[in-house]
Design a protein around this ligand. Structure first.
Ligand code: HAM
Length: 411
């Protein structure tokens, strides 16, 4: 036999018995996001590498270590590791800044990151997300956070923790970064290799480091004091406090986490994550925030924006399984031509039906019907003569004979 070719590590097939879970996520997204005025956008799965280098940021792990990049006709292309940059590119390219604000877009689809696969972390994974353009006021931040919570609630997920932080604006954040660098200077040689790079390139990302020895350094009192100091300028503090007022008004429970800095460089002011305690170490189901400079940095007009994305595999891991749908009817007959014609009649009437294409024995067909359908539609010689069908409810075993034109009303 020829050698079997396996699925690539960190990727998975979504099999027919599991696809119902995905439909649930997608249908609920369409329903809930539409309520808030979002429209779906579908952007390409690969983009110019530069889009992510400039968009996501060249100090991030995503850009430095995790991108699937390849060359074609001397162009460097990359499988999208996330979709905010792609949506922003499309927003600019399609002149959406001319539309009246806010422009609200949602998406779903596969993303690619070369990470170490583990439970809840894949190399091809799926996100569902939203991006809102054109509103700088904190009401937009509050609405986006509420939308994330309401989507999760509509799926039946309630036991979640919302973490919130403000990263300030480039101005107040620069001062904060400088202070962090200053207080960590004596510890530089004790920081992990990644943190030493971050120290130079993006010191805020230091706070996110999971390495124990770094955590120990950050919890030293003089260092902790700087990390937890209030650094927001007046406008940023006001934006943050108004956002909290909206959230309090909506009775949203959240925890403020000063160490929440997110793994992408485009954020300013509001950042948030939603976590589940049921998920183990990869417990973030949703991450998002404001990115007021990204549209401009990617060549568009100055446009404030905010959004989030959720890991669909992680959502499915939290939700009960969806049983595959049964057919409405399975035709049991020794006359394949008659069965074929009945199947088409019922399909035309909107029913999901099958018959035995291989024309196996009657008993085999009945067995199959009981596995795949709610009703067995028995079309024996008598029924054919009488232009009737015996409809057997496979749950209760009740059986009645009805005239052929009435079958579709019975199943
Ligand atoms: P992110 O935090 O990198 O943000 O990803 C969002 C979510 O995607 C995570 O919370 C997680 O649930 C899921 N996720 C990320 N990586 C993996 C993986 N390797 N395997 C499984 N699930 C994963 C973003 O991508 C931003 N674009 C979100 C955003 C939109 N910010 C503003 N607008």
């Amino acid at each position: 036999m020829a050698k079997i070719i396996n699925v690539i590590k960190g990727t998975k097939d979504i099999l027919p018995q599991d696809v119902g879970e995905w439909h649930r996520l997608e249908e609920t997204a369409l329903k809930v996001f539409s309520k808030y005025g979002y429209q779906e956008i579908r952007t390409p799965i690969f983009e110019a590498t530069e889009l992510f280098a400039r968009g996501v940021g060249d100090t991030t792990d995503i850009v430095n270590k995790e991108m699937y990049t390849f060359e074609k006709s001397e162009r460097s292309l990359t499988l999208r590791p996330e979709n905010t940059a792609g949506v922003v590119r499309s927003f600019i390219e399609n002149g959406m800044s001319r539309l009246s604000a806010p422009v609200k877009l949602w998406y779903k689809g596969p993303m690619f990151r070369y990470e170490r696969p583990q439970a809840g972390r894949q190399r091809q994974f799926h996100q569902v997300g939203v991006e809102m353009f054109g509103i700088k006021q904190p009401a937009a931040d509050a609405e986006v956070i509420l939308l994330a919570i309401n989507y999760l609630k509509a799926l039946g997920l309630n036991d979640l923790e919302v973490e919130l932080n403000s990263l300030g604006c480039p101005k107040c954040r620069e001062e904060y970064k400088a202070k962090i660098k200053e207080v960590l200077k004596p510890e530089f040689n004790n920081l992990c290799e990644d943190c030493q790079t971050r120290y130079e390139k993006n010191p805020l990302r230091l706070l996110d480091c999971k390495v124990e020895s770094c955590q120990a350094i950050f919890s030293k009192p003089e260092i902790k004091e700087v990390i937890f100091s209030d650094f927001l300028c007046e406008e940023c503090a006001e934006h943050y406090s108004q956002l909290k007022e909206y959230l309090d008004k909506a009775k949203v429970k959240y925890t403020e986490n000063k160490l929440l800095v997110r793994g992408l460089d485009y954020y300013n002011r509001t950042v948030f994550e939603i976590k589940s305690n049921d998920l183990g170490s990869q417990n973030a189901v949703c991450g998002g925030g404001r990115y007021d400079s990204l549209v401009k940095n990617l060549g568009g007009e100055d446009t404030p924006a905010i959004g989030f994305a959720m890991g669909m595999e992680r959502l499915n891991a939290l939700l009960p399984k969806v049983e595959p749908k049964l057919l409405d009817g399975y035709i049991v007959s020794n006359s394949p031509v008659e069965a074929f014609a009945l199947a088409e009649e019922l399909r035309a009437a909107g029913k999901n039906v099958e018959f035995d294409l291989a024309n196996k024995k009657f008993t085999k067909q009945l067995e199959k019907a009981s596995k795949v359908a709610r009703y067995a539609l028995i079309l024996g010689e008598d029924e054919i003569k009488e232009n009737a069908v015996s409809v057997k409810n496979l749950e209760t075993s009740e059986q009645i004979k009805v005239s052929r034109e009435n079958v579709s009303e019975m199943v």
